[in-house]
Design a protein around this ligand. Structure first.
Ligand SMILES: *[C@@H]1O[C@H](CO)[C@@H](O)[C@H](O)[C@H]1NC(C)=O
Ligand SMILES: *[C@@H]1O[C@H](CO)[C@@H](O)[C@H](O)[C@H]1NC(C)=O
Ligand SMILES: *[C@@H]1O[C@H](CO)[C@@H](O)[C@H](O)[C@H]1NC(C)=O
Ligand SMILES: *[C@@H]1O[C@H](CO)[C@@H](O)[C@H](O)[C@H]1NC(C)=O
Ligand SMILES: *[C@@H]1O[C@H](CO)[C@@H](O)[C@H](O)[C@H]1NC(C)=O
Ligand SMILES: *[C@@H]1O[C@H](CO)[C@@H](O)[C@H](O)[C@H]1NC(C)=O
Ligand SMILES: *[C@@H]1O[C@H](CO)[C@@H](O)[C@H](O)[C@H]1NC(C)=O
Length: 418
């Protein structure tokens, strides 16, 4: 069981207090309320209801478990008892509603509830394309203020059809092109953010542009929130999807790459994205924290594309036909006037040639022999400047705290393991 550290994150968020550079665990003890639920096996989804100052943990395991028939159907498809449960994978607060989706024994479903009475279910809809079937699949989702749900998840039972999918709300449902490894290639989705006219997605995937051997690259991708899809070409599909590689590496004659994004944290006031990157599980363990600013990501999206004519030709840079790309406005903008050629472009050009470089060429933090899984950043006002306090967690029982600003401070924190 490792739920304590999740709680400590959330509590830090919530109280957002100035934290002195002393022993972390002692600092948070007064704020800790240990919470346990019998039979609950998974605490990966937590969200806040700021209005009622409540933490909602996605473990309505007893109230919202799958029925016996669904479980039996799951077993009959060869899944284990452990997998054939309801794992909450989407937990989003929008206004005074809580939108949740669970794997429901490989039959994903979503519910919409009012925050004031979580036992009462308003709507129950299919979780397909909103929530993964398997609890092992990594996914992310967000709700916009206008009520659209953006989910990046596997869409099918075996998990071979990944997509970034928009549904609900008033706009037409759209997805990334199906079974097209150039769009998404066995992705592990990490996070998503609603920023300005775009929704951004962060993930890692097999690098389609890398010819020699299987390599994973980390990506930032974005779509326009007002995209309404193509006509004939790219029907029901994003016309504004673009993705770029993120570089997190230790510089050197031959840079040492931390290729695999594990977790991100967005600081909207500063337009900075903190990311944890690790090496591949099959190689020596090492982790790093790299920070990207949004303008560097935007710059990559305004640059040239990478394009491969056919499967035997090389990937080559291709000038961006629309380097000052803006999301159109619905009734009189780009989309209403998309020509056949724009759509042809949108079908070919979505991988950026330029790699997004972090704010500093040397990662903010590096550590060998460890694999960090979560990052949270707290900005505190010091006497003369702002400090970014970075909390890093490994999947098991450690939280590390580092401070960026004019120096680095690293404390090893023994958070109790239960
Ligand atoms: C949940 O229900 C409320 C009230 O009916 C509705 O306004 C809201 O859009 C729903 N949310 C989702 C994500 O379906
Ligand atoms: C919450 O909803 C349930 C189911 O509709 C109902 O039985 C219960 O009385 C409600 N609780 C409150 C506090 O309104
Ligand atoms: C999901 O991500 C975790 C953490 O990186 C990884 O261990 C796991 O293998 C991923 N799941 C799949 C199906 O790849
Ligand atoms: C990544 O960053 C390192 C360090 O600055 C640099 O040497 C390397 O060329 C970069 N790689 C890519 C693919 O941009
Ligand atoms: C969003 O798009 C509209 C229309 O293209 C543009 O006028 C506006 O400046 C954009 N907003 C931001 C924050 O970029
Ligand atoms: C879109 O097309 C309409 C009709 O052809 C035209 O009146 C309008 O000016 C065009 N809008 C833009 C932004 O090009
Ligand atoms: C954003 O990062 C780039 C490097 O990727 C740097 O050149 C630029 O100055 C940064 N901008 C801000 C506002 O920090």
């Amino acid at each position: 069981m490792f739920h304590i550290w999740l709680f400590s994150y959330i509590l830090l968020f919530r109280y957002n207090k100035y934290i002195s550079f002393s022993f972390f665990f002692l600092e948070i003890v007064p704020w800790l309320r240990v919470f346990r639920a019998e039979n609950a096996v998974d605490f990966s989804q937590l969200t806040f209801d700021p209005g009622q100052k409540e933490l909602i943990a996605g473990i309505e395991f007893l109230e919202w478990q799958c029925d016996e028939a669904t479980k039996r159907a799951c077993y009959s498809k060869g899944k284990s008892k452990e997998e054939c449960q309801n794992y909450i994978r989407v937990l989003l607060v929008g206004g005074n509603h809580l939108f949740t989706c669970g794997t429901n024994a490989f039959t994903p479903i979503c519910t919409n509830r009012t925050l004031s009475n979580l036992t009462e279910i308003h709507d129950q809809i299919s979780g397909m394309a909103r929530c993964p079937y398997s609890p092992q699949h990594n996914s992310t989702a967000l709700l916009t203020s206008s009520g659209e749900l953006y989910a990046a998840t596997a869409m099918d039972f075996p998990g071979r059809d990944p997509a970034i999918y928009r549904s609900l709300g008033a706009l037409p449902p759209l997805r990334t092109a199906q079974y097209n490894s150039k769009w998404l290639n066995e992705p592990n989705f990490v996070s998503s953010y609603d920023i300005g006219n775009f929704t951004y997605f962060f993930f890692r995937e097999n690098a389609v542009e890398h010819d020699c051997g299987k390599t994973v690259f980390s990506r930032a991708a974005r779509v326009c929130k007002n995209d309404i899809g193509g006509k004939f070409v790219l029907e029901d599909t994003w016309t504004t999807f673009m993705k770029a590689r993120l570089n997190c590496s230790r510089p050197g004659e031959i840079p040492f790459y931390y290729n695999e994004l594990q977790s991100t944290f967005f600081l909207p006031e500063l337009d900075l994205i903190y990311g944890i990157f690790t090496t591949n599980v099959n190689s020596i363990a090492a982790s790093a924290v790299c920070v990207f600013n949004l303008s560097a990501i935007t710059q990559a999206f305004n640059g040239p594309f990478k394009y491969q004519e056919n499967s035997r030709s090389a990937w080559l840079p291709y000038p961006n036909p629309n380097p000052n790309f803006q999301c159109g406005t619905m009734d009189q903008g780009l989309y209403a006037n998309l020509t056949e050629r724009n759509l042809q472009d949108a079908q070919k050009f979505f991988l950026m040639h330029e790699v997004v470089q972090p704010v500093t060429p040397i990662p903010y933090f590096m550590e060998d022999n460890s694999r960090f899984s979560h990052v949270v950043v707290d900005v505190v006002q010091g006497k003369d400047m702002l400090f970014h306090i970075i909390y890093l967690a490994t999947g098991m029982s450690n939280i590390l705290k580092t401070v960026s600003g004019c120096w680095f401070l690293k404390l090893s924190l023994g958070v109790q393991k239960r």
